[in-house]
Design a protein around this ligand. Structure first.
Ligand code: FES
Length: 156
């Protein structure tokens, strides 16, 4: 097992911030055109030292293990960031301690970045063909899947 795979395995043993956020201020959803995986991210803001910062972030993923591991990392490192700071983070920065993604896994990180950017843009935007928006729950969207989608259940 590569060092990267070991790190992913460690994160998946205890993924952070999994689940819907009922009191979120922003939600973003994205589907990967590469693999059909989907990820939704919720953000909650609070005031700190006169600045609006991300208080909490959570996610739900119907995607591969790498996307889940990156989302776990990303939702942790988003805490305390302003929307502007969060917007400037790209997929390579959102991976945190996982480090650089292997070439085959780069789009998994981009899935997380895409959901974050969608949430920061107001969520549910229709200007991106890969953006999926409808019901508040990702499971609701998955109940009527379009095309071939692989569902990976998350453990609580
Ligand atoms: Fe699709 Fe990783 S293989 S997000």
């Amino acid at each position: 097992m590569s060092e990267f795979e070991e790190k992913v395995r460690d994160v998946l043993a205890n993924p952070q911030n999994v689940g819907e956020m009922s009191d979120s201020d922003a939600v973003g959803t994205v589907g990967s055109p590469d693999c059909g995986d989907m990820l939704r991210m919720w953000l909650k803001f609070s005031e700190k030292d006169g600045k609006k910062v991300i208080d909490r972030a959570s996610f739900q993923a119907f995607g591969c293990q790498t996307a889940i591991a990156v989302a776990s990392m990303a939702t942790e490192l988003l805490k305390g960031k302003t929307a502007e700071e969060a917007k400037s983070l790209d997929a390579t920065e959102l991976t945190g301690e996982l480090g650089a993604l292997p070439p085959m896994k780069i789009h998994c990180g981009q899935l997380v970045e895409g959901a974050l950017k969608d949430a920061l843009a107001g969520g549910g935007s229709t200007d991106s063909p890969s953006t999926v928006s409808s019901s508040q729950t990702l499971a609701g969207d998955m109940a009527k899947p379009k095309g071939k989608i692989r569902i990976v259940p998350l453990e609580e």
